[in-house]
Design a protein around this ligand. Structure first.
Ligand SMILES: Nc1nc2c(ncn2[C@@H]2O[C@H](COP(=O)(O)OP(=O)(O)OP(=O)(O)O)[C@@H](O)[C@H]2O)c(=O)[nH]1
Ligand SMILES: [Mg+2]
Length: 320
């Protein structure tokens, strides 16, 4: 069954300990949330790109160790206005905060100065922040170098104090995997005792279709900057596993755009851009499935798709 939960490469036998719970990974767009979740989980579960608002839905990444299981809820960067899609993205953030046992606020420390947007964000998450433990992951420390790190850290601590925010701070790098052990220790210490929530063999609970959607979306985001990616969405229409006659996984999908001009950009001159998007996505999907992949993508103009509930539902961005 194609839509069965994704069960990927078995990990070594695990004697799973007795702590288990959800951690909401929250923060501004482009802070480095998805990169950190991927590194913590040890697998690519969430799309990453230099364009803000890459993550549009709630992605669950599962980390299982001998002391227990953490289910990370990777959320879209904070956004509460604009098209229905963006408002839904804000809804996903609230959902994650409500579900979580602890909050991991990811902050791009390479921006160096206290940011007014952080204040707004702290205000937004204030109701849950007062009830749940807050851990602050100051990420991208690899960009700073040791001499600059301490002053930035001290300034951040002072600013938190001024704003009356209580939380444990861990400087780290999601990209380079630096200082993640203390972060994991803290997060585990905040989880309740309990049995693993998901099968210890899983690292995500996304379906293959959802993973394919994220991969294609990521390639669009990393090839096309500016406005266009936000007006694109990926609909996976067919996902057919290999059969005895057909060795490849066959995938048919559409890239939705809002206007003809955007279609031209996504297709590119003589189809160069769409070809590149397909080729990069196919390579990654082949790694995921362990089979050859036939991937066919069509670009379709669907005006105002970001405001149309029926389309958002088909895309998986609207659950109710
Ligand atoms: N140097 C450095 N770059 C990083 C690090 N973490 C993330 N990045 C880069 O920052 C950009 C954004 O990373 P994402 O992980 O997509 O950020 P996000 O917070 O999930 O973004 P949204 O989903 O758009 O809210 C990408 O270009 C990453 O490669 C890090 O630790 N060090
Ligand atoms: Mg993200």
């Amino acid at each position: 069954m194609i839509d069965e939960l994704l069960e990927i490469r078995p990990r070594e036998e695990k004697n799973v300990g007795n702590r288990a719970g959800f951690v909401a990974v929250v923060g501004l767009p482009n802070a480095g949330k998805s990169t950190l979740v991927n590194t913590l989980v040890g697998e690519k579960v969430s799309a990453v790109s230099p364009t803000p608002q890459t993550t549009r839905t709630l992605i669950r990444g599962i980390l299982t160790e001998s002391r227990g299981q953490i289910v990370f809820l990777d959320t879209p960067g904070f956004h509460t206005s604009g098209p229905l899609l963006n408002q839904r993205m804000g809804g996903r953030l609230r959902e994650a905060l409500d579900e979580a046992h602890a909050i991991l606020w990811v902050v791009d420390m390479s921006s160096r100065k206290w940011d007014r947007e952080w204040e707004k964000f702290l205000g937004l998450i204030a109701p849950q922040r007062s009830k749940k433990p807050l851990v602050i992951g100051l990420t991208k420390m690899d960009r700073l170098g040791p001499s600059k790190m301490i002053p930035v850290l001290l300034e951040f601590e002072r600013a938190l104090e001024r704003h009356g925010v209580e939380g444990e701070i861990v400087p780290l790098s999601g990209l380079k995997g630096l200082n993640l052990d203390p972060l994991k220790d803290l997060l585990f210490s905040h989880l309740p005792e309990g049995e693993p929530i998901f099968d210890p063999e899983w690292y995500t609970n996304q379906t293959m279709r959802e993973m394919v959607r994220e991969i294609v979306q990521e390639k669009i985001f990393s090839l096309l900057y500016q406005e266009v990616p936000h007006q694109c969405a990926v609909l996976v229409e067919q996902f057919q596993e290999p059969t005895s006659e057909e060795k490849a996984t066959r995938i048919e999908g559409s890239i939705l755009v809002e206007r003809d001009s955007q279609k031209g950009i996504v297709v590119g001159s003589k189809g160069e851009t769409i070809h590149l998007i397909s080729a990069r996505a196919r390579k990654e999907i082949e790694k995921l499935t362990g089979t050859p992949v036939y991937l066919h993508l069509t670009v379709r103009v669907v005006p105002d798709w970001r405001d149309r509930p029926s389309i958002l539902r088909d895309l998986g961005y609207l659950s109710e």
